[in-house]
Design a protein around this ligand. Structure first.
Ligand SMILES: Nc1ncnc2c1ncn2[C@@H]1O[C@H](COP(=O)(O)OP(=O)(O)OP(=O)(O)O)[C@@H](O)[C@H]1O
Ligand SMILES: [Mg+2]
Length: 304
């Protein structure tokens, strides 16, 4: 039988940092290797079963966005002067990992997450209902679940090493990083969001919110990390918008629904995922890729 290549863990020779989904290696010489695995999480818990091909899809999606936003903001993907280095490293990476790998320039990270919201959802909704504020900033509009803001808003958070990221008010952010950097991050983030929103909209997808990360490289502010993937963003299907309700997340809706129907308490250990849910979820990521980029992605198969 042929199966899609699946990668849940990696173990390469460089110093490794393991995130929920990606494995990041420090290659030295100012470069990082970011490998998107097929791990999947829901409600902040990582499942034991991977979704074969998910990492490839997310890696390609990030690359798509990095490439088309290059003119708005430079990013950590390599340019021509590092091509020789990249080719050398690619020879050292096992072949089955290449299409889920990104060799990037290591930047001095700005330690906040630049969240932009075009529609209200998630933690912003919770705060709005509780206090009438978002990131402790007052909200003038009356909002229903999933409503669009009059204009997208910048709602940064801390980048917590452990536990949940905390939302930051404008003043708190300025205190952390200074006025100039705050203004630069805010305007870049909003510009990127507006651009991506329009592109997604053309294909019937609503980009409800997303998270950008930035860093400095040779004194220049650049985009780092992943970009506008379903792991860092909330995408909704335009056809699933119903007034006054949160539309389901495009990528994980089958998974989340299945978990809720099962009555799982969202605490580890997670339940074992049935194959049918894994396949449906994978197809959703492929569909998201196709809708967003306008092209199909063929996942590689291995003979088992
Ligand atoms: N070009 C870069 N230069 C420096 N650091 C980077 C660069 N690109 C990404 N990073 C950092 O590498 C790390 C990648 O980690 P990853 O996203 O996998 O885990 P995490 O952010 O700790 O947790 P989560 O899995 O919840 O996202 C992040 O801390 C990110 O900020
Ligand atoms: Mg991360």
């Amino acid at each position: 039988m042929t199966e899609i290549v699946s990668v849940a863990q990696t173990d390469l020779k460089w110093p490794k940092y393991t995130g929920k989904v990606r494995d990041t290696y420090d290659l030295g010489g100012g470069f990082l290797l970011i490998i998107s695995t097929d791990r999947i999480s829901a409600f902040d818990v990582i499942f034991n079963e991977p979704v074969p091909g998910k990492g490839v899809i997310l890696n390609e999606m990030s690359k798509f966005w990095f490439s088309i936003t290059e003119d708005v903001t430079p990013n950590h993907l390599n340019n021509k002067d590092s091509q020789t280095f990249e080719e050398g490293i690619l020879n050292l990476i096992p072949k089955h990992l290449v299409d889920r790998s990104m060799i990037v320039k290591k930047a001095e990270r700005v330690n906040i997450e630049c969240v932009v919201r075009g529609h209200i959802a998630g933690s912003a909704w919770e705060e709005y209902v509780k206090d009438g504020t978002i990131n402790k900033n007052p909200v003038k509009q009356i909002l229903h679940p999933g409503d669009a803001f009059l204009d997208p808003i910048f709602t940064p958070t801390t980048k917590a090493d452990a536990g949940h990221d905390q939302s930051l008010s404008d003043d708190e952010t300025v205190n952390l990083i200074g006025t100039d950097l705050f203004n630069a991050l805010k305007s870049k983030s909003l510009e990127l969001f507006n651009y991506a929103y329009e592109i997604a909209k053309l294909r019937g997808m609503i980009l409800a919110d997303t998270k950008f990360e930035f860093g400095f490289l040779d004194g220049e502010l650049i985009l780092i990390d992943e970009l506008l993937t379903p792991d860092s963003s909330r995408f909704w299907d335009e056809n699933e918008i119903q007034y006054g309700q949160f539309p389901p997340a495009y990528d994980k809706q089958f998974l989340r629904q299945w978990l809720m129907d099962k009555g799982w308490n969202q605490e580890p250990p997670p339940p074992a995922l049935p194959n049918k849910i894994i396949i449906k979820t994978r197809d959703r990521y492929l569909e998201a890729y196709k809708r967003i980029t306008g092209t199909e992605l063929q996942l590689k198969k291995e003979i088992t």
